[in-house]
Design a protein around this ligand. Structure first.
Ligand code: ZN
Ligand code: ZN
Length: 356
């Protein structure tokens, strides 16, 4: 029988472990990535020879169906007792240092002989490069987002609140098959547009303002992420100007995306353009990030990122300018890195949409 994708992922990780070494995977997104399991209680424990899935009795039937490639262990009341049994005389246990709590660490440490070491994100590294199936799911999430955005444009007008827009977007995405929203939507109008993370509020939208919407859907566990800024009626020359600069920076950095370049190189393209126009101080966040089972994952696309882009990574490109007390603009596309460059998954128009 042909091996499943989860089986292959487990094999790849296991092949990096030496005799006497185990890897403990506790981050639920990583657990899902390796097991296919979608429940809320589960741990994967791997060695070069063994692959266990530990859960409690509530999830046994689900685990049997979702992860037949792993050896199912119904754990003891304290899960670390079972981990200790399985480890036996093992010498090293790698743990996910950014996920395992200090309390869990202490409980583990008191029960096992193995030395506990930081795993340094081996599963996250695998997750950066997407399989065709993952790309398909993220594309569907992006399409749902595009369609919801198109619908909402018909509703945005003076007198409507940011919250009403956010709520309608959520309904719309769920009607189209999304299980969740990717995050609490950012709907930032007028001066609130200067807040890069202005979650929708009760503010009433006025004539002559920009509305920035940062939105996304989750489809079968996979996220999408897109931002558009639209004008409500005629906006000031300054707002139009910053829109054009962000647009230019966004297009240029999209164009720069290529296999073999680093996140920092792509970030620099957008940052240089915004700086040249005198707004460098108003673009205070990184250019983008990876997207997948998490809304923010590797690779980072920032000035500090030396991660080299590979084929089938999925990243966002999202420059912005935020002027305190005036307003802001961000334009964000979700793209797949391909041999020929970036292929956009966000297909909504980026020409300034003027609603009235
Ligand atoms: Zn976003
Ligand atoms: Zn984003």
């Amino acid at each position: 029988m042909e091996k499943t994708i989860t089986e292959l992922r487990v094999e790849r990780l296991a092949s990096g472990l030496k005799d006497g070494e185990f890897l403990l995977v506790t981050d639920l997104k990583n657990v899902r990535y390796l097991s296919g399991y979608t429940g809320t209680s589960g741990i994967v424990l791997l060695s070069s020879a063994k692959a266990y899935f530990l859960t409690d009795f509530r999830y046994v039937e689900q685990a049997k169906i979702q992860c037949p490639h792993l050896e199912l262990v119904v754990h003891k009341p304290i899960v670390w007792d079972s981990v200790a049994d399985l480890l036996g005389e093992a010498e090293v246990l790698y743990v996910e240092e950014s996920n395992l709590t200090l309390a869990s660490y202490n409980q583990l440490k008191s029960r096992i002989k193995a030395e506990i070491k930081e795993a340094k994100g081996p599963v996250e590294k695998l997750r950066m490069v997407k399989s065709p199936e993952e790309i398909e799911l993220i594309s569907i999430a992006a399409r749902i987002t595009d369609e919801a955005f198109m619908e909402i444009c018909g509703m945005i007008k003076p007198g409507v609140t940011e919250m009403e827009i956010a709520r309608e977007l959520e309904f719309s995405m769920k009607r189209k098959g999304a299980s969740h929203t990717s995050f609490d939507f950012i709907v930032a109008s007028g001066p609130r547009g200067a807040l890069p993370h202005g979650v929708a509020s009760d503010r009433v939208i006025q004539e002559g303002e920009f509305v920035t919407m940062d939105i996304g859907a989750v489809y079968q566990g996979y996220h999408s992420d897109m931002t558009r800024t639209v004008a409500v009626g005629e906006v000031s020359a300054e707002l139009k100007k910053i829109y054009d600069i962000v647009y230019k920076a966004q297009m240029a950095s999209l164009e720069a995306v290529a296999v073999g370049k680093t996140g920092a190189e792509i970030d620099k393209v957008a940052r240089d353009i915004i700086q040249e126009h005198g707004y460098g101080d108003y673009f205070g966040h990184s250019l983008g990030h990876g997207v997948g089972l998490d809304i923010h994952e590797g690779p980072r696309v920032s000035a500090a990122s030396d991660t080299v882009l590979e084929e089938n990574m999925i990243i966002t490109i999202e420059p912005g300018i935020y002027l305190p007390d005036v307003g802001g603009v961000r334009i964000e596309d979700l793209v797949v890195v391909e041999k020929t460059g970036a292929r956009r998954l966000s297909l909504s128009s980026k020409d300034l949409i003027v609603l009235s």
